[in-house]
Design a protein around this ligand. Structure first.
Ligand code: GSH
Length: 292
């Protein structure tokens, strides 16, 4: 059933050599032996890994399991442990003769395998792991759940869930920004190659904008907004998004579900904010202190 999987050997594109800029070996890998990433034709739990390979010029085979309403391609390989891994889930990485499952374990493996652990101090390695964990658990997971929510739980209060999820995500991104400033994460980025957690941070900011649109106040997180705009691998990330447009999740009809989220479930929020501002403006105009 391998034939049902679209495999794409990703070639190194012409970019300025990174190896000259970073002292330790492995910043720019041109040959790693066979390295294969298998995941669905979605961004989900693997897009940041694709960004990482591109940013670090690590050739890899990007094996995509096609999505359809009945998940037929997945059903065909799901029982095959060589292709679906020990837990029969994706993503899966094949590297150095090993099969590595679990997104967090893959991220940690790459961090070691390509020399990044050596480049960071013990406390910076802890920060790298903590950032990954928070982005996985507190950002990626709730966004994915929200996209699937009304398909899984018919009749659920989608506007209520969307509003609450957005509030929690806003608070979490604010906390992440504050912590990254305290850690001097952005200042240190200039002195090291792009790492796995950087790629995940960029991806989650991009996903938040894609899913929540105008409801995500990127401007109220100035450092995160700056990171998103100035990320050294931004061009590589955007090229991947443009060349291989993928949904965030495997939910059938995801574009319509996201449009519904933004319009029906969250549309009122923007209208409320606009009305509140109008009321304040009117009150100010009349010299009153009306609070709505
Ligand atoms: N704990 C795993 C979860 C992996 C997972 O749930 N993958 C989903 C796609 S995002 C999957 O393979 N679903 C297919 C299935 O469960 O049959 C990880 O973090 O990698």
């Amino acid at each position: 059933m391998i034939s049902s999987i679209a495999s794409r050997e990703v070639r190194v594109r012409c970019r300025p050599p990174l190896a000259d800029r970073w002292s330790l070996p492995g910043a720019r890998m041109t040959s790693t032996g066979a390295l294969t990433l298998r995941y669905f034709a979605a961004r989900g739990r693997a897009q940041f890994l694709r960004y990482y390979f591109h940013a670090r010029e690590i050739p890899f085979a990007d094996e995509e399991v096609g999505l359809s309403a009945d998940f037929a391609e997945w059903a065909a390989i799901r029982a095959d442990r060589a292709l679906a891994g020990p837990f029969h889930k994706l993503p899966l990485l094949h590297c150095d003769g090993q099969t590595i499952a679990e997104m967090a374990v893959i991220a940690a493996f790459l961090h070691r395998r390509f020399g990044d652990e050596q480049r960071l101090s013990p406390s910076e390695n802890l920060q790298h792991a903590m950032l990954l964990s928070s982005l996985f658990g507190d950002v990626m997971t709730p966004v994915g759940l929200l996209i699937w929510l009304d398909a899984v739980y018919a009749g659920i209060d989608l506007p209520g869930a969307a509003k609450r999820t957005l509030e929690r995500l806003n608070a979490q991104m604010h906390n992440i920004e504050r912590t990254l400033i305290e850690w001097q994460w952005f200042a240190h980025m200039a002195n090291r190659p792009v790492m796995v957690a950087d790629c995940l941070l960029w991806e989650e900011l991009s996903v938040l904008q894609h899913v929540f649109g105008a409801h995500v106040p990127l401007g109220s997180w100035p450092e995160l907004a700056r990171f998103h705009a100035e990320f050294a691998a931004r061009a590589a990330c955007e090229r991947e998004l443009a060349e291989r447009p993928r949904p965030v999740t495997g939910r059938p009809g995801e574009p319509a579900a996201i449009a519904q989220l933004q319009h029906d479930a969250l549309g009122g929020l923007l209208a409320d904010a606009w009305n509140r501002r109008q009321s304040r403006d009117v009150a100010a105009l009349h010299g009153g202190d009306q609070v709505v």
